[in-house]
Design a protein. Sequence first.
Length: 452
Amino acid sequence: MTDGTDMNDGQTPAVSQQNPDGRALPEFMGRAGFERELLDNSSNLICFCRCGTIEYVNTRGMRILRAKNTDNLIGRPVIDLFDQDASHLFAKGLDKFARNDEGTLLKLQSLDGTWIDVNMRVFQLDCGGAQGDPVYMIECNDVSRYVKAFEQTLHHEARMARILETITEGIITIDEIGTIEDINPAALKMFGISKQSAVGQNIKVFMKADERANVDDAVARHFTTGEANVIGGLCEAEAARADGTTFPVEITISEIDEGDGRRKYIGVMRDITVRKQQLKQIEFLAHHDALTGLPNRHLFDDRLNQALIVTDRRKSRLALMFIDLDKFKSINDKFGHEVGDIVLKSVATRLLNRVRASDTVARVGGDEFVVILDDVGENENAAQIAQEMIDTLTAPIEVGREKCEVGASIGIAMYPEDADTASILLACADEAMYRVKAMGRNGFEFSMRPIK
């Protein structure tokens, strides 16, 4: 056995004894009585270095580095095992690493060229003697699996972030008390707010003031009774933008159990302003004339029935006018339907200008209109309004360079004198209108006889 003080050719350390497998041990290990079996049974790579040169590598280290024998490693600079990015760290000396208890994440290269992610910790050993060079133990824990899993997680999160950036629905994550923890770009745009301003605020800032109490009640019931009316289902609400304007949204809320009794909630919301406008337009067209915007026959029938009920309750009188345009067919024949449509819209506007907001003007046919005059009073009042309508309708209607002239034959029926039902009242007004036609057009007449 050597005394361990000589270094062969100044590079390879002298050894004091050997492991059972024949691997040489540095002389200081023999003096210190190291438990070689403990080192070789370690699940981490362990090596000893002096002056930056490897003097010992344990069994696990040999396997990690794919070394066939100790000659592949003993005497090599330890820096050769790490990537070039770590060279500037090693240049500062191993004692710099020894001051970091948590270790340093580095890339280690095995002898077959495979790169391995390791967490390296360095310990300075007190076994070199007062005059000798310091000895360092390097321990490397293979963390490749964790690094790979972490990188996959980052990749997944980056992918999800890209999806959230492109998705059109607003997505907001809140904690149990409603504090906003995250919000995607679509939601920021939807509410007209920056992420810095939104995160940390309560979700109620995005709700109308009169709906905030309802949300508090629903959340309280959910926590105390488990009632989940607001969780999982689809609901509609009025949301509030940062500038105070409101808009309709469709919301789905999901609950995430994070363990330890902690929960988070993810709200996915969609601005349904356009949908609401479309539905409103569909409903409007179902009850109104597409050309003039006036109530159609269906809505007129409903309005008339309601008006008769109110008239009976008030014990008042109601006038129903049936208006048929004179000379309109000749305008269509001469100038075409486009000009005819413009004339009809102008007629509708002029009729609306001659009645009150409580009255109804409806289009029930091609050139036929009806007017409900609520609480009209005496017959003279209905006659005055009829004459004003004739006067305004006979004024020329300018369409481009053309001047179109129409007239109006108006029949008037009074409720309750002329009829006791809506259909008979309409028949009375229609009969009176045809008498005007027979008498020369462009005038008005009251119903001559009750049709009961």
